[in-house]
Design a protein around this ligand. Structure first.
Ligand code: DC
Length: 208
């Protein structure tokens, strides 16, 4: 079974995808991390993330970069969003993601274009959303716990910029697949979000 989990930043999609993978015994790929690594590699190369050739060169990042905690910062998220606009970057990351999705036995992938581009034939597609104020507060608390010096206002402004860029880019924008089940986590905590996701997966499997 392939499970595609898409949605904007801090919607809860990562938590849900990880929990679904554990519940169904499937491997999980956080595809946002790949774009974060590209952005980081561009900086390490001294390149410009807005420049398509520099951004594409960033796709040559070494695998151990994926474990660098710096990728978890909001600055890395913004950089990822900038490099992810370039079709050349998306094309270079496509095969790696497809190969993961098509592993024997299946997989869970989370990102922005899993249900629409990477795995359009996924058996289950979830589109996870939440109000911007809720997402900003979640991200703010997460960052504060990590000791980052941030304000709620700055985080919310950052998320709006990222949402806008991810939704309006020409190449594989963030959009719910027509056959995706919508899951709004605004009023749910992590455990409730995961329970609802499992319910939606089971409902989808029953109907298949
Ligand atoms: O999910 P995340 O916050 O780690 O993603 C970081 C950025 O990477 C996001 O703002 C847009 C980009 N991204 C993408 O374009 N396609 C994906 N499948 C995953 C992430």
């Amino acid at each position: 079974m392939i499970v595609a989990v898409d949605g904007p930043t801090a919607s809860g999609k990562g938590t849900i995808a990880k929990a679904l993978a554990a519940h169904y015994g499937l491997p999980h790929l956080d595809t946002g991390l790949l774009y974060r690594a590209v952005g980081r590699q561009v900086v390490l190369n001294g390149g410009d993330p807005e420049n398509p050739a520099d951004a594409e060169a960033g796709t040559g990042f070494p695998d151990d970069l994926l474990a660098d905690p710096v990728l978890r910062s909001e600055a890395s998220g913004q950089l990822a969003s900038v490099v992810s606009v370039h079709p050349g970057v998306r094309a270079r990351l496509l095969e790696r993601q497809r190969a993961f999705a098509n592993r024997p036995g299946g997989a869970v992938l989370d990102g922005r274009d899993i249900g629409t581009v990477i795995a359009p034939d996924a058996e289950v597609k979830l589109f996870v959303t939440a109000d911007i104020a809720v997402r900003a507060l979640r991200r703010f608390l997460e960052m504060r716990d990590r000791g980052e010096d941030v304000t709620l206002e700055l985080i919310e402004a950052d998320l709006r910029i990222r949402d806008e860029r991810d939704r309006n880019r020409a190449s594989s924008p963030l959009v719910a697949a027509e056959d995706a089940a919508l899951l709004d986590t605004s009023e749910l905590d992590a455990a409730e979000s995961v329970a609802e996701a499992i319910r939606l997966v089971e409902e989808k499997r029953r109907r298949a």
